[in-house]
Structure formats: C-alpha cells, structure tokens
Design a protein around this ligand. Structure first.
Ligand code: SAH
Length: 286
C-alpha cells in the first residue's frame, strides 16, 4: 500500500467514527509512526511502508478510534514556541492558555524591580511556568501541582528546554508548598462544574486527568480559594492572573470584588471572542 492509500483508508475510518479533523489526525499519526515530516506524504504519495510499520499504524488508528487524544498517542504537544512531552497524568496544554502568557508578559513589562518572582499554581505539563521562564529574563519561577506525576513530567520538560535552573517545582495543595511573596501569580486551575463534567467529549472525560478538570458543584471552588489565599503571597501591586471558563466571568468578578483585596480587575477575551483570563491587582501590601 502507498501512503496515499493508507491515509485515505484511515481518514475514512476516523470520519466514520465522527472524529473531527480526521485527515489531519491520520497524517500526524502516520508521520509520528514513520518518524518523518507530514510534508513527505505530499512530496511522495506513492511511497510504500513496511508491513511492520503498517501494523503499528493500524494499532495507533485503533486507539484514536477509541477517542484517545492525538497528543497522548504521540506523547507531545506544541505550546507557545516549544514542544512539551505529555502523558495521561497531565492536561494537554490548550492554545487558549497562551492568552494567560500574553497577559502575564504585559504585566511584567510594567515592573521595574528585578528579579520578577512568578508563581504558577497547578502547572500540569509545566506549560505556563516554562513559557514565562523562557520569555522573562531573570524571572524566578515557582511551579506547583498536587500531582507528583505531573510535577515529574513538568520538571523533565523544563530540563529538556534548558530551563531547569529557573523553575523551582513543588508538590502540594494550592499555596501549601510555597513561601514568600510574588509579583505575578498565574493559574489555570480545574474549572469544570459537576454538571458540565458529565457533558465533556469522550476524548476529554475518558482520557484527561479528572483532578485537572473537575472543580466541585459550581466550578468556582478553586477560584475562590486562589483569590482569597493569594492575598498572603502577592506583593502590593502584584497581579493574580486566572484562566477562566467562558461562562464564569461574572461569578469570578464577584468573588474578587467581595474579597476586598484587589483594586483593579481586568478581563481578556480569547481569539474566539470568549472571556478567557481575569487579572486582579493586589492592593494589600505583602
Ligand atoms: N497549567 C497547566 C495545567 C492545568 S490543569 C495548563 O494550563 O496546561 C490543572 C492542574 O491543577 C492539574 O495539573 C492538577 O493536577 C492541578 N491541581 C488540581 N488540584 C490542585 C490543588 N489542590 N493544588 C495544586 N494543584 C492542583
């Protein structure tokens, strides 16, 4: 069989199972299997592959047909300007999360004193902590997670990208493993409410870690804790940045205003026009 035949066959199978982006997935998975660039399939569509490679590829397509995310199959995901290793103990970093990086960089530009101290709560694969450590010269970053498996992977990613020295990884519940004061605290915490959790697509619900997604009855559980507890860890005029779900803006604004700890609140939309990040500036001196 040629790669063209193989791609046509697997695309059809994926389409029949209602998998979105069937053709792209087939190409990404075949290039992963063969260790070549997707471009090769266009340059040389009549290229043939060995029986062993074909069997391996069919096994991979069988996994995708069960809705396993492509990133868990290939073990990697592009984020910001780099590639992260991922596995089933971490949330697959989403392109939308790049918004919180943009906003943190915007806040950082207004700080005059160095080094800037940054805290990332619930770092998962390390996506946010690593991007900020990479972009901000002289940043001192602390990254936490309750999951030791996630932290191990985040640490490995930081090492691969040459940023091990700039990030201090700590395991524990929210602020528990952290001390001192920070200029910027970022978090993309679990924010799916109980009812919405049941409605998640199979690719998410059956494969991504529940503790990365699920946030109690209201979905606001983590925000409330972060907003109140950050007060003890933010310097005066330091910023708390939270990634939020599209329907959560009003609820989170309410919690921030109710806390009385912050004197500025701003919201940033994502590129689909949906509320994505809330920033709040601490008025309490640390
Ligand atoms: N920051 C990453 C991962 C977000 S998923 C990204 O944006 O891609 C949320 C993460 O919070 C998960 O890794 C989960 O293990 C972690 N988490 C859940 N409960 C926590 C808690 N109580 N304290 C610290 N981290 C927690």
């Amino acid at each position: 069989m040629t790669v063209r035949d193989i791609l046509n066959e697997s695309t059809k199978a994926l389409e029949a199972a209602d998998i979105p982006s069937a053709r792209l997935d087939a190409e990404v998975l075949l290039s992963f299997c063969l260790g070549c660039d997707r471009l090769e399939f266009y340059k040389n569509p009549v290229m043939t592959i060995s029986e062993t490679q074909l069997t391996a590829f069919r096994n991979i397509i069988a996994r995708r047909l069960q809705w396993e995310p492509v990133a868990y199959i290939t073990g990697r995901k592009e984020f910001w300007s780099f590639t992260l290793e991922v596995n089933s103990s971490v949330l697959i970093p989403r392109p939308d999360t790049e918004i919180i990086i943009e906003e943190a960089l915007d806040v950082y530009r207004n700080f005059t004193s160095l080094p800037v101290r940054i805290l990332d709560i619930g770092t998962g694969s390390g996506a946010i902590a690593i991007a900020l450590a990479k972009e901000i010269p002289g940043a001192k970053v602390v990254a936490t997670d309750i999951s030791i498996a996630a932290l191990n992977l985040a640490q490995k990613n930081a090492a691969t990208l040459g940023l091990k020295e700039k990030i201090d990884f700590r395991q524990g519940n929210l602020f528990e493993p952290v001390d001192g004061f920070f200029n910027i605290i970022v978090s993309n915490p679990p924010y799916i409410a109980a009812n919405d959790y049941e409605e998640l697509p199979a690719s998410v619900k059956a494969f991504e870690p529940r503790e990365a997604l699920f946030a109690g009855e209201s979905g606001l559980e983590f925000y409330e804790k972060l907003i109140y507890q950050a007060d003890g860890y933010l310097q005066k005029n330091g910023w708390l940045l939270l990634e939020i779900g599209a329907k959560q803006e009003a609820g989170i604004r309410g919690i921030i205003e109710g806390s009385g700890f912050y004197d500025r609140i701003e919201m940033r939309k994502d590129y689909a026009g949906l509320p994505r990040v809330i920033k709040a500036r601490s008025k309490v001196s640390g």
